[in-house]
Design a protein around this ligand. Structure first.
Ligand code: ADP
Length: 550
């Protein structure tokens, strides 16, 4: 049109566009996430401004509408947001205006081609990602509180035009004239999938408008739109939390614990986390030991791969949502940003505190929780120096003391006055272990032994070394200090003492090199012999290592 004015993109934008279009091809579906996020942001802004200016109030039915049209090969994303003035359009869609991005052009020049996608990720692809799928983009926008609409249009090659236009209501339409190879994004089925994947928890309804063969237009809300974690606590019922947990975890149980809080300070985030009430049936078979807590930025799903808690807490489900990261946070940035490191730290601390307080409450439910996930948590005794002692405070163990569970503090409270070590026996089968010859000497002296049956139990006691200054010591190791403890003679079977001076050399000769030494022991009361080991890894660990071919 003759009244259109032509503007040149700033040099940075031009280069950014080049790069976005050419280097992010495989990730190009994210354009939809970017446009929906912009639309939702504009609606958030309008809602905010309407608080002080009622003239800007949102319409009753406010939402984001996505309209694919095969006949014109266009995809339109419409919103009831704040809209943009001519100045806004030039500023926002013609330059890179955000603070800190001025250096972008220079960095881009310096970066090796293979590093550029990450660079773009860090600076935000945003609106320009539309040019990955469209060879022309038209934006029609009317700023709320004005009558005038404007049309911005560009083919993403150097310049754009701005001209007067018409729009019935305030808000913005972003119209993508799709490239021939991007027609998949006009397929309602594909769009539904993308909206569910990337925008399920946008707090505004995201509707898909379809035109049927008979020309009838139908609109359907696609996203769940709950963003449960953002709703006032008083408005959310326990049932809704449970439903959300089931949706998230693809589970059917009722969570044992729900944690929801908002953190403020250097890093702001909202978290809604769940401790499952049951162990997923394939949980232990999963080769991936990583946490799948979902990371959201401003209600937009980013990834479930951000390792928001350590591996030994990987059973925890939920969502963490922060405003302190850019929407386009790259994989590289996820690994290095101090924001995420701070969130991780805070989330982990909170979950550990929750487990601590659940342990204090105790009861059947905590025992059930421990039976479900104790074997995973104990991995932390092995690999998490920071939380090792915290875990040891609430960890539960089987013991020779009784048929139930004990804490380490419980064990220590029953230790003999002269006892220095916490004794343990590692094995596969609790029943068999209770009858083990390894325990005879300990039973005879009334010394309690922890019975450890999980795979990781072969590893952590040695690495942890001690708890509250009491050393962990395997009963399968010979230095078990039994000499110090008095045997209850009455408990011993009566019989002839063997002639040890003759028996021991005879046994050694018979066994040859398969044993290092045959000697007398005070560890047995009923059994004739027991296999033991001096120092070195515990027997069961040797077995485990052997099984894995080491
Ligand atoms: P970012 O959203 O990360 O700031 P974008 O390139 O996606 O970067 O968008 C640039 C700016 O354009 C936004 O900050 C916003 O001010 C404006 N904008 C984009 N889309 C819309 C929209 N649908 N409604 C109103 N403003 C928008």
């Amino acid at each position: 049109a003759s009244d259109a004015t032509e503007h040149k993109f700033s040099a940075e934008v031009e280069r950014l566009l080049e790069l976005v279009v050419h280097s992010l091809y495989s990730d190009r579906e994210i354009f939809l996430r970017e446009l929906v996020a912009n639309a939702a942001d504009a609606m958030d802004k309008r809602r905010f401004e309407a608080q002080t200016d009622p003239a800007l109030a949102l319409p009753e039915n406010a939402g984001i509408v996505i309209t694919p049209l095969k006949s014109t090969r266009t995809l339109t994303v419409s919103d009831d947001g704040l809209g943009m003035t001519a100045e806004d359009l030039a500023q926002n869609l013609g330059t890179i205006a955000r603070s800190g991005t001025r250096a972008f052009g220079e960095k881009l020049g310096e970066a090796k081609p293979e590093d550029r996608p990450n660079l773009i990720g860090q600076f935000g692809v945003g609106f320009y990602s539309a040019f990955m799928v469209a060879d022309r983009v038209t934006v029609i926008s009317r700023r709320a509180g004005t009558d005038e609409a404007l049309k911005w249009e560009s083919d993403g090659k150097g310049s754009y035009t701005i001209s007067p236009a018409h729009r019935d209501q305030p808000g913005t339409d972003v119209i993508l004239h799709m490239k021939a190879d991007a027609e998949e994004f006009l397929d309602p089925w594909r769009l539904r999938e993308l909206i569910r994947k990337w925008a399920d928890h946008i707090s505004w309804p995201v509707r898909l408008r379809e035109t049927g063969q008979d020309g009838k237009v139908e609109e359907q809300t696609i996203n769940a739109g709950t963003a449960l974690w953002m709703r006032p606590k008083a408005e959310v019922t326990q049932e809704q939390y449970t439903e959300f947990y089931r949706h998230l975890a693809r589970a059917f149980d009722t969570p044992y614990a729900v944690m929801r809080w908002h953190a403020e300070g250097t890093t702001e985030f909202t978290a809604l986390l769940f401790i499952p009430g049951a162990r997923p049936f394939d949980f232990l078979e999963q080769p991936n030991r990583e946490s799948h807590i979902q990371l959201y930025v401003r209600r937009m799903f980013i990834t479930d791969d951000a390792h928001l808690v350590p591996n030994w807490l990987r059973f925890v489900q939920g969502v963490v949502d922060t405003d302190d990261l850019p929407l386009n946070v790259s994989r590289e940035m996820l690994q290095s940003t101090p924001v995420l490191a701070r969130i991780r730290k805070a989330v982990t601390r909170r979950v550990v505190n929750e487990i601590k307080s659940l342990a204090k409450t105790g009861g059947e439910e905590f025992l059930q929780f421990w039976e479900n996930f104790g074997l995973v948590i104990k991995e932390g005794l092995w690999e998490d120096a920071e939380y090792r002692s915290a875990i040891a405070e609430f960890a539960l163990f089987r013991t020779t003391h009784d048929e139930g569970w004990t804490t380490l503090d419980g064990y220590i409270s029953r230790m003999k006055p002269e006892q220095e070590a916490i004794y343990y026996l590692v094995g596969d089968n609790l029943q068999a272990m209770r009858a083990s010859a390894q325990l005879e000497g300990f039973k005879a002296r009334g010394i309690e032994v922890l019975l450890l049956t999980d795979p990781v139990d072969s590893f952590w006691p040695e690495r942890m070394h001690s708890y509250k200054d009491k050393v962990f010591r395997s009963v399968a190791q010979v230095r078990s200090d039994l000499e110090k403890h008095k045997v209850d003679e009455a408990a011993l079977p009566k019989g002839e003492a063997a002639d040890m001076a003759k028996l021991l050399p005879a046994l050694k000769e018979a066994l040859g090199d398969s044993v290092k030494e045959v000697r007398d022991t005070d560890r047995l009361t009923d059994s004739a012999v027991v296999l033991t080991q001096e120092g070195g890894p515990d027997l069961a660990m040797q077995r485990l290592l052997r099984r894995s071919g080491q």
